[in-house]
Ligand binder design. Structure first.
Ligand code: ADP
Length: 481
């Protein structure tokens, strides 16, 4: 497939920034420039995109779900067909190992297919009326123009879960990808554009985040904003949503606990823990972060994870066999280093890593790190690391484990490892998180709901419910019959 060069996409045309601004996308593994993209410093381009989306909406909403599904399935097929080529670019701008990037494109393709099918099942209801001369039914209709602001950690999956659902529902979108990973978004738009969507249905802008965010929140035509990113920015959007009562879906931070109970196969769980922790260099909102280990198995478990973590190969994600790439940028690398330093100053033990790899002078690398002896008072316990840091804390009873696990403002994912049915069921019910994985690391799935409790977010994505986040419920009542 021929890809267009990297630009914004507004009303069916590839365009530069209205103010001529540009942004260099860096490869976090080499610090070399991957490409230059437009970057608008004002709200001009996003205003044009909102106008285009609003103009396209009446036509797009009147297509039926089967027609939209046909186009969306073509998108999914093209994504699968071009997954290797696209994943290369995703690795170059995000740093994640190629194999992870390719897997991400495939799963993102599944999302388009899933929502294409779900749109056909966005059933309404007929309500039995208390009056004989009246009939009532509830139908679902697309919410309207949707703004989508996303983070860099899953450059294509983050887009697909919102774009797929919104387009399937009959909404038009104005999307702003992270400034660190715009190329992946531009590739996806290119794939979409080549399948025959009407102009204005999908628009992509690149530029100043606050200016774009403000324009989206101010515009009455933008009925909903889907956001993936930090809790800090999520709260800014929550404040701004009051201006035009913009509906919000928020997928924010996490600080996932992992409860490990006695009786499990320590070597096996340790190996899988390390693989789960260092996936995407720990830059995952559902990343296992606070490992809470029963005191009876703490020593052998900590030794095993330290051994496995030390064996992980760090490097450029395009190199064969690399398991851990760089962090996304210098700021994130410094954040992780500072967090580890503070933990160590507070008494934590470094069981593996704990430093920038001195054999990789270029790029934003940090060694897979295991910290032992962490307690509730340590900043690393309460802050989201969003990096390759595994931390171990001991517990002595079920109740203490649950209390430690719930001692966070976040509530996205939690994990439990046990061979005891009672422990599994009671822990699953007691944890204050939207997603609980028991004896597994990937409880999230295209076909299952995904959403955070507490300060981790609002709304439920994916699964059967996901599409309804982009639809409004309408009661039609016929009286006087
Ligand atoms: P992260 O730390 O994961 O990058 P951010 O919340 O900083 O998370 O960024 C997530 C997305 O939000 C990015 O696309 C970023 O450009 C955007 N963003 C940052 N600040 C704002 C803002 N004030 N309003 C709207 N979007 C913003």
């Amino acid at each position: 497939m021929e890809f267009t060069k990297y630009k914004q996409f507004i009303n069916g045309a590839w365009v530069d920034a209205a103010d001529g601004g540009a942004w260099q996308v860096l490869n976090p593994a080499t610090e070399a420039v991957v490409a230059e993209v437009p970057f608008c410093h004002t709200g001009a381009d996003v205003q044009a995109a909102i106008g285009a989306a609003a103009a396209a909406f009446p036509g797009w909403r009147s297509t039926n779900a089967f027609q939209r599904a046909q186009l969306l399935k073509k998108v999914a097929e093209a994504m699968r067909k071009n997954a290797s080529e696209c994943a290369r670019v995703t690795t170059e701008e995000s740093g994640k190992p190629f194999i992870e990037a390719k897997g991400e494109w495939i799963v993102a393709a599944d999302l388009f297919e899933w929502f294409a099918e779900e749109a056909k099942r966005s059933y309404g209801t007929v309500i039995p009326s208390s009056r004989n001369n009246k009939r009532m039914s509830v139908i679902w209709q697309p919410v309207g123009v949707v703004g989508v602001i996303t983070a860099w950690n899953f450059p294509v999956w983050n887009l697909a879960r919102a774009w797929g659902a919104a387009l399937a529902a009959g909404c038009c979108i104005v999307a702003k990808p992270s400034e660190y990973t715009p190329l992946t978004a531009m590739l996806l738009v290119d794939i979409i554009a080549q399948q025959g969507f009407p102009a204005g249905v999908v628009n992509l802008v690149s530029g100043d985040a606050a200016a774009i965010g403000d324009a989206l929140m101010d515009a009455p035509e933008v009925r909903k904003v889907h956001f993936v990113g930090s809790t800090r920015v999520g709260k800014i959007l929550l404040d701004k949503a009051s201006r035009t009562n913009t509906r919000l879906s928020l997928e924010l931070g996490g600080n996932a606990p992992v409860l490990i109970f006695p009786g499990v196969d320590i070597e096996k769980v340790a190996a899988a823990s390390v693989a789960a922790k260092f996936r995407n260099c720990g830059q995952v909102c559902v990343s296992p972060q606070r490992f809470l280990v029963h005191q009876d198995i703490y020593k052998p478990f900590s030794e095993a994870v330290a051994r496995f973590a030390s064996q992980y190969k760090v490097g450029n994600g395009l190199e064969e066999g690399v398991q851990v790439g760089p962090l996304i940028n210098r700021k994130q690398q410094q954040h992780v280093a500072a967090l580890v330093e503070t933990a160590v100053a507070g008494g934590a033990g470094v069981l593996a890593g704990g430093a920038v790899p001195d054999w990789l002078p270029q790029g934003y690398f940090y060694r897979p790190t295991v910290l032992g002896g962490i307690d509730e008072a340590s900043p690393v316990f309460s802050q989201e690391a969003f990096g390759p840091v595994m931390q171990l804390t001991q517990f002595d009873s079920f109740d203490k484990a649950i209390a430690l696990a719930n001692a966070t403002e976040y509530g996205l994912a939690a994990y439990v490892w046990t061979n005891d049915l009672n422990t599994a069921i009671h822990a699953g019910e007691a944890l204050e998180f939207g997603i609980v994985g028991i004896n597994e690391w990937t409880p999230h799935a295209t076909e299952a709901p995904f959403g955070g409790w507490k300060q981790s977010g609002q709304g439920s994505e994916l699964g059967h419910d996901g599409i309804f986040e982009y639809m409004e419920k309408k009661l039609i009542s016929i009286g006087g019959l």
